[in-house]
Design a protein around this ligand. Structure first.
Ligand code: GLU
Length: 355
């Protein structure tokens, strides 16, 4: 009799523990990790290989299984969307990833999304999603500078931090974010600035916040249109417009500009020197292309600051556009989305002020 009572007590205690575990699982945010490749999924031959390795090797399930701490912060599931190095991303990759994110944010069981990505074009993908995904659910793009096989690899902590931010209700409505190196950056601002250090990503106007030991510290909000306030929507976008980037330098020639136009570019981002300046002999070339319907968008090859409209060149007179503070690669993304949405030169310029 006494034995039976004890068994009953044990069973009741076990049931309580199970119930509390189930409750915790139900309370925990559900974060989906969409894996696309990059160094965060990279593998090198030896632990000393921090820069010589193959990107896009480790599948998402293995990435998640390698970080047991993830289960403490969220209910995490993974999907392998691509397994590529990010320099190989195409517009089709962007559209496919955007469509998957759009479907997931509409799922009431999903609270946040993390995208693992190569760092080379991470800022372009993050900015694209920032423009076209209509949701206030946290969307976090993350990469790493060292493969997981390296000593002092940065990917595991970056991924844990990214999932932690994606699971945090305080992260809602801040636009798409990039989380790396303890920092939370806005997709529109952040840029890769160096290829061999772990503090590679910098926002010229400052980070949104920091994440330290699992706690997020927020310092500012972005004052630009994004996600829910964006006029663009992946669900209405069929494809991206062809937009190319021409890099400027002393002795620059018209060859690349004319070849881009001949290949069907709807806009050319002029990665100009200094304040997006244009060499004297190139002005008639660019004006000629614009007369043929190719939008000329002045950005700059320098890292910081912004291109001033009607300084250096009379943009009003020529009907040119300035990219404001967007670097050439981000200017390409905005122009490709806006032109595909039917924007003319005036609407494009407005978009460059607003996003
Ligand atoms: N070039 C590769 C990529 O962008 C590896 C660089 C990285 O992820 O840090 O995917």
């Amino acid at each position: 009799m006494l034995g039976r009572l004890n068994i009953g007590k044990h069973l009741a205690a076990a049931a309580l523990v199970l119930a509390s575990q189930l409750a915790t699982a139900a309370d925990r945010a559900h974060v989906v990790v969409l894996a696309t490749g990059g160094t965060i999924a990279g593998a090198g031959a030896e632990a000393a290989n921090s820069a010589t390795y193959q990107a896009a090797k480790v599948p998402v399930d293995k990435l998640i299984a390698g970080i047991p701490e993830l289960a403490k912060v969220a209910d995490v599931s993974g999907e392998q969307v691509f397994q590529i190095a990010s320099e190989s991303f195409t517009n089709n990759n962007l559209m496919a990833l955007g469509r998957r994110v759009s479907a997931l944010v509409k799922d009431s069981k999903v609270d946040g999304i993390v995208i693992t990505h190569g760092t080379d074009t991470l800022e372009e993908t993050a900015f694209f999603l920032n423009l076209v995904i209509h949701s206030d659910k946290p969307i976090v793009v993350v990469g790493s500078m060292r493969p997981g096989t390296a000593i002092s690899a940065d990917g595991a902590l970056n991924l844990l931090d990214a999932v932690t931010v994606a699971a945090n209700p305080q992260a809602r409505g801040r636009g798409v974010m990039v989380v790396m190196n303890d920092q939370i950056d806005a997709a529109r601002d952040v840029s890769k600035t160096i290829n061999i250090k772990t503090n590679a990503f910098v926002s010229q106007w400052g980070a949104l916040g920091m994440i330290v030991e699992g706690k997020s510290y927020w310092f500012r909000k972005i004052d630009k249109k994004h996600t829910l306030t964006s006029d663009f929507d992946i669900d209405r976008l069929k494809e991206l417009a062809p937009v190319e980037i021409a890099y400027s330098y002393g002795n620059v020639s018209k060859t690349a500009y004319e070849a881009f136009a001949a290949s069907g570019a709807k806009a050319i981002i002029h990665a100009g020197t200094g304040n997006g300046s244009v060499a004297d002999r190139m002005v008639p070339v660019l004006r000629g292309l614009q007369d043929k319907g190719v939008q000329i968008i002045r950005s700059a090859r320098v890292w910081g600051g912004f291109v001033l409209r009607n300084a250096e060149q009379p943009d009003d007179k020529y009907g040119w556009i300035v990219a404001h503070d967007l670097n050439p690669q981000k200017a390409r993304i905005l122009a490709a989305v806006a032109i595909a949405s039917g924007y003319d030169a005036a609407a494009l310029q407005k978009a460059f002020w607003e996003y």
